[in-house]
Design a protein around this ligand. Structure first.
Ligand code: OGA
Ligand code: MN
Length: 215
């Protein structure tokens, strides 16, 4: 990966680390550089239809689709375009800075574009279950210019007692970062297409009979 092409991160790493130590989640209204967010949106629009998959739930042998739970389509980022490379370089810098401050031992980041068509939702869920996943930190990055409050599509974040903590509009460049095991969240239906990048920083749980990473 060519790190020279990385967009300069606008992130205040100390602030993000403080928020993750404290409440365990952070909202960055201007988390991603606007030019990079627009390049990612263009990149996503250029993907051929056959690159998109109906999103599923569960991992490995448990993986299946369930359109009562989620109705988005996804495409994994693999660095195939300059925009993807710049995004992955930026999140890798974040990974190293958070490891330095929080000693999380994050070794990897996996992420996918998500397309929620009008009416699509993702019911309340956790991205990781204690002791059963190597997903440590979730990031969600939004790619929707001119999002209006009456477009819907908010991300609702809860604590483990089901108290609502935040409602985030999926506006271009906004980002949310949270501890994957601690915050149930859901995506409300929108009345227009809604695009995001959902990503996970992971810890290496490899053992003698289990090799990470695996999706
Ligand atoms: C997910 C997810 C939230 C969003 O993909 O796991 O919760 O706002 N996405 O797109
Ligand atoms: Mn999620």
């Amino acid at each position: 990966m060519n790190l020279d092409t990385a967009a300069p991160p606008l992130w205040d790493y100390d602030l993000i680390a403080d928020r993750l130590r404290g409440p365990g989640w952070a909202f960055l209204p201007n988390g991603l550089d606007t030019a990079l967010a627009l390049d990612l949106l263009q990149d996503l629009h250029q993907l051929p239809d056959d690159q998109w998959r109906q999103a599923g739930i569960g991992r490995r042998q448990d993986h299946h689709t369930n359109d009562l739970i989620r109705r988005d389509a996804i495409c994994w980022l693999d660095g195939r375009s300059s925009a993807q490379q710049r995004y992955l370089a930026t999140t890798d810098a974040l990974r190293l800075e958070l490891n330095r401050r929080l000693l999380l031992g994050l070794f990897d980041y996996e992420c996918h574009y998500a397309r929620y068509g009008s009416g699509a939702f993702y019911r309340k869920h956790l991205d990781a279950f204690r002791g059963r996943s190597n997903r440590v930190l979730t990031t969600v990055t939004y790619l929707n210019p001119d999002w209006q409050p009456d477009n819907g599509g908010e991300l609702l974040i809860y604590d483990l007692d089901d108290t609502e903590l935040a409602r985030v509009q999926p506006s271009l460049g906004a980002m949310v970062i949270f501890l994957s095991e601690d915050f149930p969240h859901e995506v409300l239906a929108a009345n227009r297409n809604r695009f995001s990048i959902a990503g996970w920083f992971r810890r290496n749980n490899s053992t003698a009979d289990w090799v990470d990473p695996a999706r």
